[in-house]
Design a protein around this ligand. Sequence first.
Ligand code: ADP
Length: 260
Amino acid sequence: QSITTDMATLEREVKKYATDKKVELENLKEREEYRREFMGNVSHELKTPLFTVQGYIDTLIDGVKDKEIRKKYLNRAQKGVERLVYIVEDLDMIAKLEMGELTLDYSEFNIVDLIQSVFDMLEMQADKKNIILMFDRKYSKDIKVKADKEKIRQVLINLVMNSVKYGKENGTTEVTIEDLVKNKVIVRIRDNGEGIEKQFIPRLFERFFRVDKSGARSEGGSGLGLSIVKHIIERHDEKIYVESEFGSGSEFSFTLEKAK
Ligand code: ADP
């Protein structure tokens, strides 16, 4: 009797071991697949600006007589290098976020001031398209939240930057903060730009995803901005939402915890 029981237990254990190993193997395969896809995307993203820079530098080495054209090519090469730096920084950030290596450094800070400093930083880009950056102070003069300030700064930069990049000339970007239930606030970033077609909305937060038909290709960027934003917000256990109407504008919003 006891031998039969032992056999049954053993059999169960062997079965469980086999299942565990299978799951482990599948996870490994998935990770390998992920790694391969990631590497493929990375080299693809790096190639375009690298070839651009290389092209201008080769031409300059061959010699360009006209001083103005020389300067133009140097400027373009510089833009390409700048773009490469952005991409590499984004990649670094996303790798850390996805490997769970980034820890949050919580503090209590005034989100209104943070929004203002992000506006100051992006004012020049907005001015180029004559876009007005507005902050609605109706509900909020001094709102203290509890979060990782530098990460939330990154979130705001990415979202406000997008609203400028994909916003229309002479348009507006409006940031508002409202109280939500239970010690939460919601920060909204709304533009009246090109908007996003319905079919693309579920894919927006994917790594490297860019809407092909939009101005995205001509605008600098890596297609990583929104996936970084989503990671940071979800790491805070908060929520991110998007609403958009093609042709008339988009609104991205996220929640934060109020400081007590
Ligand atoms: P990037 O801006 O570098 O392309 P993001 O991850 O920030 O990458 O955004 C992904 C894509 O989502 C963009 O390429 C663009 O097509 C679309 N998008 C993001 N924000 C907006 C917006 N405010 N209005 C319209 N389209 C947007």
